[in-house]
Design a protein around this ligand. Structure first.
Ligand code: NAD
Length: 418
């Protein structure tokens, strides 16, 4: 019996047991590695603009604290629940460990559609959520960051609220802040930049010329838009883009900057190129070199995996591919997967750089940040590709095995208190 349930946590559990079997981890050690250390659920009441009081459910899960503070984003989405947040915290742990960051994984969320709130309501909810979290987080305990539905502004409100309670400015309590409040240059584009960088590595590995290659991107928020910009900058033609309002496809390719400008003006992709509209399924399964799911979990199931016509899946989102789909892809053998904990690690790597800069109060140039980011991603890429070859396993198994091994080794070395 565990607190954590639902399809997303079940997926994280299933993936973990595949890795634990691969690593021969004894059964009695597995719960200690998989089950989150701490979880908190809070109710956040706020005044709405129409005079009503509304209450929103919030969560935060810290998976482990073995290697340092927990680290992870905060998601504002209508369907957020404790199981999903716990799964995302578990994945953050393997991701941080693979990148050799001194963090455990965490994640938080509020069950709310942020588009349904006014800016004042969103600020009130963000501040109340952070206020409820104060006993639970801290720059040496748990450091928040943005995720779906939150952004630099949300982080500025979180940081301000925490700082007001401490009586001093504490920029290192969150990452992904505006640069003017202690954020780092390069954080906004870090995750998408990393997705493009690693998709490019995968194209090279398949000896595919990027200047004649095509890509389809699902999700056009922070990660998807910057992945599309990064791939386009490397000469890749972006023939598909989508968000929760519309999926667009055009073999001639889209002007990504124009699409970004449209979303900045209208909030959504709908209306950008209505003549190019296709179904959400087609947006995943039409032919292309790189398919980059950059939206939500579990969009590539076994059936979609069978129908994919891409050579590379570059996972910008967390958990976009189900274990059943992984089995199909392993059988097919013709799709190279850059797994989420490697592919989207650019965000947490630059978040780590931001935390380090905040702690030292010494700030780096953008070139320095991007150079260190690319070197960190390159190291992880080589480790994963070499391990996959050595163990003759899928890239996801290799990446997760490296992450799980690092957490396990630290737990073994530290021993069990008391
Ligand atoms: P965001 O809120 O900025 O954008 C999300 C995008 O996905 C929006 O365009 C939205 O319309 C779209 N979307 C939502 N549901 C969709 C659906 N069913 N089909 C198609 N599009 C859909 O969020 P983000 O920060 O870009 O995060 C996207 C994913 O990347 C999430 O899985 C998140 O956990 C992961 N991620 C984000 C970061 C980061 O730094 N922001 C880092 C690592 C991983």
């Amino acid at each position: 019996m565990t607190l954590f349930s639902g399809p997303v946590f079940e997926m994280a559990r299933q993936q973990f047991h595949i890795i634990a079997d691969h690593l021969d981890i004894p059964l009695d050690e597995r719960d200690r590695l998989l089950l989150p250390k701490r979880a908190i659920a809070v109710s956040c009441p706020i005044h709405m603009d129409d005079g009503r009081t509304a209450v929103f459910q919030g969560f935060r899960v810290q998976h482990h604290l073995t290697l340092g503070p927990a680290k992870g984003g905060t998601r504002f989405a209508a369907n957020v629940d404790l199981g999903e947040i716990a799964a995302l915290a578990v994945w953050m742990s393997w991701k941080c460990a693979l990148a050799e960051l001194p963090y455990g994984g965490a994640k938080g969320g509020v069950a709310v559609d942020p588009a349904s709130l006014s800016k004042r309501e969103l600020e009130a909810l963000s501040r109340r959520y952070m206020q409820e979290m104060i006993p639970f987080v801290g720059p040496r305990v748990d450091i928040m960051a943005p995720d779906m539905g939150t952004n630099e502004q949300t982080m500025a409100w979180f940081m301000d609220t925490y700082s007001m309670y401490q009586g001093v400015t504490v920029p290192e309590i969150v990452t992904g802040k505006p640069v003017g409040t202690g954020g780092t240059l390069g954080r906004r584009e870090a995750t998408g930049h990393g997705v493009a960088f690693l998709a490019f590595r995968a194209l090279e590995r398949l000896q595919r010329d990027p200047t004649t290659a095509t890509a389809i991107i699902q999700g056009f928020g922070n990660v998807g838009a910057h992945a599309a910009l990064g791939l386009a900058a490397r000469g890749v033609r972006i023939i598909g883009i989508s968000d929760h309002t519309v999926a667009l496809h055009d073999n001639a390719g889209f002007d990504v900057q124009q699409a970004v400008d449209h979303v900045a003006r209208h909030g959504v992709l709908k209306g950008f190129a209505d003549q190019a509209e296709v179904s959400a399924r087609e947006a995943l399964t039409l032919p292309c070199d790189v398919l980059a799911p950059c939206a939500v979990e579990r969009v590539i199931d076994a059936e979609i995996a069978q129908a994919l016509q891409c050579r590379i899946v570059a996972e910008g989102a967390n958990g976009p591919t189900t274990p059943e789909a992984d089995e199909v892809l392993a059988e097919r053998g013709d799709v190279f997967v850059v797994p989420d904990i490697l592919c989207n690690a650019g965000g947490v790597i630059v978040s780590y750089f931001e935390w380090v800069q905040d702690l030292q109060q010494y700030f780096w140039s953008r070139d320095e940040v991007m150079d260190r980011l690319e070197r960190a991603l390159e190291r992880s890429w080589i480790k994963v590709v070499e391990r996959a070859e050595k163990d003759e396993v899928a890239t996801r198994t290799a990446a997760m095995a490296i992450g799980v091994e690092r957490v396990r080794a630290a737990k073994m070395a530290r021993g069990l208190f008391p």
